[in-house]
Design a protein around this ligand. Structure first.
Ligand SMILES: [Zn+2]
Length: 276
């Protein structure tokens, strides 16, 4: 990507049920850059909607990303659930490619009380199968595990970066609010944000910062991690220093805003970023 784009997680709230065509119109009016397609309850979209999303996103030069279903656990104790999880990641990647999306993300696994290294191996084995299948099908899109919001969920920064080293189709989706929540308040200063970008660049190369996928929202949390999303200004999320760090490292790619009224906070983020 040649710039940093700011998009909403799903259709803007103010669009109500007016549909995708109008959603893109609103995004354009708000000077936003696209949206993340939310397949969190299943990878389904009508042919009519597919046609609209594909055509209008292209016409208006809108960036698309996709979020896979919540019901994914590549570390399930049941083999059939792992197989179903793999299918859900594959289906998200397939529809992403079909619609012209830039990148897809998903929450990869739960620890299930197991040793993190054992879990890593299981996730790695599943990713191997996912990447092999996508390669065979010619689906060339990033499949990014997201940094997760609870300490019971697999996916801290180190795990996601390590997995990204192992597969060329994998890069991190960094959910900054999740990192902040899963550590009960860390990752919220300028230096901490810079350390994330530094770490990614040194482990994966500058390329990873030039093709970034991030999630940002206000967030409420406890020692158990993420509780719920909030508006940025009603939370302690230090989005201003986060935007300064994005600027300092000249990060390019897509920032997805997941606040409850995501279009308002996406505008807030973009305008602050552009003022720097
Ligand atoms: Zn997510």
């Amino acid at each position: 990507m040649n710039e940093l784009k700011f998009v909403t997680a799903g259709q803007p709230i103010c669009n109500g049920s007016a549909g995708y065509e109008n959603a893109f119109k609103i995004l354009e009016e708000l000077n936003l850059d696209g949206l993340e397609l939310e397949f969190v309850h299943g990878v389904r979209m009508s042919p009519a909607n597919k046609e609209i999303v594909k055509r209008v996103a292209k016409e208006k030069n809108m960036a698309l990303t996709a979020h896979g279903p919540y019901y994914i656990n590549l570390n399930s104790k049941e083999e059939d659930k792992i197989a179903a999880s793999i299918t859900r990641v594959l289906d998200t990647a397939r529809i992403g490619q079909e619609l012209g999306a830039y990148s897809v993300t998903y929450h990869a696994a739960f620890y299930m009380g197991m040793n993190p290294e054992t879990v890593y191996k299981k996730v790695e084995t599943a990713m191997e199968q996912i990447c092999k299948t996508l390669d065979e099908e010619g689906v060339d899109i990033w499949v990014r595990p997201e940094t997760t919001g609870k300490p019971t969920q697999w996916g801290n920064l180190e795990e996601i970066v390590k997995l990204s080293k192992d597969f060329k189709q994998v890069l991190p989706c960094v959910d900054f609010s999740h990192l902040h929540a899963r550590t009960n308040g860390k990752y919220n200063t300028y230096d901490e944000f810079c350390s994330i970008f530094d770490y990614i660049a040194s482990e994966l190369g500058a390329y990873a910062l030039e093709n970034f996928h991030a999630h940002i929202a206000g967030i409420e949390y406890s020692e158990k991690g993420e509780k719920k999303h909030l508006l940025l200004q009603e939370s302690d999320m230090n989005y201003k220093d986060l935007m300064r760090a994005f600027k300092k490292f000249d990060v390019k790619g897509v920032v997805v805003c997941e606040s409850p009224i995501m279009e308002d906070d996406a505008v807030l983020l973009k305008e602050f970023y552009n003022s720097l």
